[in-house]
Design a protein around this ligand. Structure first.
Ligand code: GDP
Length: 448
């Protein structure tokens, strides 16, 4: 989907144009009043296609002049990064001001296409404005009135004409696939609502009738996400607990497809064998996992001591997922819910990270230095007489990503104890700060 950013000085009418372009009921953009964020996203449909509009507003607040200028520069940079096309808005009533030129400067180095839009074009000053407008060097102006809507349709036609090549390009931002799993009543539906509740735009909802899976695409802060809902969480009201139980298999199918699994637990109840069973299955699928200790609002004490206790307890029960981070959240109050996205994105990036040979060579050296083979008997084998054979590790290579896979080259596989693989997995995790993702480590013998 194409991203179109609206930029311009304060009060030129960016938000009015944004609201005009974004059909709110269709796009399901939530009411953003009172939020402090500086960028709004919304969907604009034109000729049967969705466009994501980015309103770089938030500057329409009285501030000292120099702060405004700084704000404009920051805003322009942010928009530049995300946008495929920029709508540069000028107010016909005030004409071209120094602030406008400041914004334009920011665009000069980028190759992003810009459309000059003159708002409040109902104004009488239009005629004398002409010279200033052409002086900007941004080409033909597009006259609109964001408040009464005139000229907006023509502007959209110009946008479509301007972007014929971009339109056929595949999605550049990959979508991070998420699955929400957990036994009944831990708060999966509530979490889903909380995640989708505000600020996010639901792009499409495609029911896959054959598999009863729902894919919900949405965008949050410029990142695309696809939520795989095979457990019917979204239709919770109609699903009885018994039905949900039978959908465990489907949940696991979702886990297999997901990049990141959000495993929801109820932090104020004991974990059950059902929880444990779920983690064992998830571990088999090699998904990345964040464990959510939900209903944290109900915990009576929330100090370091209680957090530590929960950690220890979870690590003990979820012994297959000791590498999964635990987040203390409340789907009900929204506590820490937004932070989930940040962690998901980080995990996704690490899951797809390809380390260089050099990085790995340096890592191996330091890991081998830490590990003192001669002191630990488990990978010494008596061979023939009494001569102990020594394990040699020559190399570590990354053989794949998603999740990261590594291969250790050794002299003799037989000399390798399981605990040494664990050791290397843990060191890799620490050294490269790989969070929330399983690390697959195998070995091969040199020369084979
Ligand atoms: P699901 O079966 O896993 O989808 O669970 P629901 O989302 O339906 O939640 C089960 C019950 O727990 C409901 O009564 C929710 O209101 C409640 N609940 C969910 N999350 C929280 C939370 O973070 N705090 C509190 N206090 N209650 C919650």
């Amino acid at each position: 989907m194409l991203n179109i950013a609206i930029v311009g000085r304060a009060n030129v009418g960016k938000s009015t144009l944004f609201n005009r372009l974004v059909e709110r009921d269709q796009a399901m953009v939530s009411d953003l009043a009172g939020t402090t964020r500086d960028v709004n996203y919304g969907l604009c449909w034109w000729q049967g296609r969705p466009y994501q509009m980015i309103d770089t507003g938030g500057l329409d607040i009285a501030k000292p002049a120099n702060t405004i200028e700084l704000g404009i520069i920051k805003q322009a940079r942010k928009a530049l990064k995300q946008a495929d096309l920029i709508l540069f808005l000028i107010d016909a009533k005030t004409g071209v001001l120094p602030g406008d030129k400041l914004v334009i400067k920011q665009f000069q180095s980028s190759k992003k296409p810009i459309l000059l839009v003159i708002n409040k074009a109902d104004s009488l000053r239009l005629r004398q404005l002409n010279k200033e407008i052409y002086g900007l060097g941004l080409g033909e102006p597009n006259f609109v009135s964001a408040s009464n809507g005139s000229g907006v349709g023509d502007l959209l036609d110009v946008i479509v004409a301007k972007l014929p090549t971009l339109q056929t390009e595949p999605e550049v931002v990959p979508s991070i696939k998420l699955a929400i799993l957990g036994k009944p009543n831990v708060g999966k539906s509530s979490l889903l609502n909380s995640l989708l509740g505000e600020e996010r735009v639901i792009v499409s909802e495609i029911p896959h009738t054959t598999r009863e899976a729902h894919y919900v695409d949405f965008n949050y802060e410029g990142q695309n996400y696809t939520l795989i809902d095979t457990a019917g969480i979204r239709k919770k009201a109609k699903v009885s607990a018994g039905l949900e139980k039978s959908s465990v298999d489907k949940s696991l199918a979702a886990a297999a497809k997901a990049d990141v699994v959000l495993l929801v637990t109820d932090v104020v109840s004991d974990l059950s064998t059902q929880d444990k069973h779920l983690t064992e299955e998830i571990a088999k699928h090699q998904s990345s996992v964040i464990i959510l200790a939900n209903k944290w609002d109900l915990a009576t004490t929330k100090n370091e001591e209680t957090i530590k206790k929960v950690y220890q307890y979870y690590q003990k029960i979820f012994s297959h997922l000791t590498w999964a981070p635990i987040m203390f959240v409340s789907a009900k109050t929204g506590l820490n819910v937004k932070k989930i996205f940040k962690l998901v994105k980080e995990i996704y990036e690490q899951r797809h990270r390809q380390l260089s040979e050099e990085e790995l060579a340096v890592f191996l050296k330091s890991a081998l230095r830490q590990h003192l083979p001669s002191k630990e008997g488990h990978h010494r084998l008596k061979r023939g007489g009494n001569r102990p054979a020594k394990l040699m590790v020559y190399q570590i290579e990354q053989s794949g990503t998603n999740p990261p896979r590594f291969v250790l080259t050794v002299n003799n596989d037989q000399l390798l104890h399981f605990s040494l693989l664990r050791f290397f997995q843990n060191r890799l995790r620490e050294y490269f700060k790989i969070v929330g993702t399983p690390i697959i480590l195998t070995t091969k013998e040199k020369g084979k």
